[in-house]
Design a protein around this ligand. Structure first.
Ligand SMILES: Nc1nc2c(ncn2[C@@H]2O[C@H](COP(=O)(O)OP(=O)(O)O)[C@@H](O)[C@H]2O)c(=O)[nH]1
Ligand SMILES: [Mg+2]
Length: 192
């Protein structure tokens, strides 16, 4: 897979999804974990998906078209941000679950976690949800630049264990340096 071009398509806030004519790959994870930066790194576009130091701000599905519509990346709103009301949390959950159930072209989800953190309850809940509905997901451990190589290796083992997966299946990346990008592109090629 070579990503030549990428562009923002649209944002969805209500329960009417964008319907493109190509496979979709969703990016899920806690707020501030590095989802938008991951999209920017993949597409080689510094500001395509807005990366924000203010967590919890994105409560929309953001669609990006890759290679003029070869496939779409869908940035899902992040979860686990403490400073939201119950109502906001419910609307977040509603939108994500709506997307996961109704999007007809979703191929798989990249579930992004911080390599320095053990999976949280919400990460694991989401993973069970994927399993229950037979939605394939690929784990991405990001911010690899924050740890030494050997510490990353140990951290990936812990993360894999938390999700009941093999360490080899976890894609270790750094959106800062671009490390791990090729493996992510291969994972995309294999699945779409
Ligand atoms: N060092 C480092 N920082 C990162 C990396 N990915 C994201 N960040 C930082 O983490 C913060 C949140 O990133 P963002 O992409 O907005 O997270 P999102 O809320 O999941 O979309 C920002 O300050 C980013 O610069 C990474 O791979 N390495
Ligand atoms: Mg974001």
């Amino acid at each position: 897979m070579i990503i030549k071009t990428a562009e923002y398509v649209t944002s969805v806030v209500s329960k009417k999804l964008f319907e493109g004519n190509a496979p979709e790959i969703a990016i899920a994870g806690r707020s501030n974990v590095g989802k938008s930066s991951f999209i920017n790194m993949l597409t080689n576009r510094k500001k395509l998906a807005r990366s924000s130091s203010e967590p919890g701000r994105t409560r929309m599905l953001n669609y990006f078209s890759v290679n003029g519509g070869e496939f779409y990346l869908v940035d899902l709103p992040g979860y686990g941000y403490a400073k939201v009301t119950d109502k906001e949390r419910d609307s977040w959950k509603g939108l994500i679950e709506f997307y996961l159930q109704k999007s007809e072209r979703l191929k798989f989800v990249f579930l992004v976690v911080d390599v320095r953190r053990e999976p949280t309850e919400l990460d694991l809940q989401l993973a069970s949800y994927f399993d229950y509905y037979d939605i394939p997901y690929v784990l991405v451990a990001t911010k690899a630049d924050k740890l030494s190589k050997s510490a990353c290796k140990e951290a990936v083992k812990l993360i894999a264990k938390g999700f009941n997966r093999s360490p080899e299946s976890v894609l270790l990346v750094s959106s800062l340096s671009g490390a791990g990008r090729d493996a992510v592109l291969s994972a995309i090629s294999e699945r779409i």
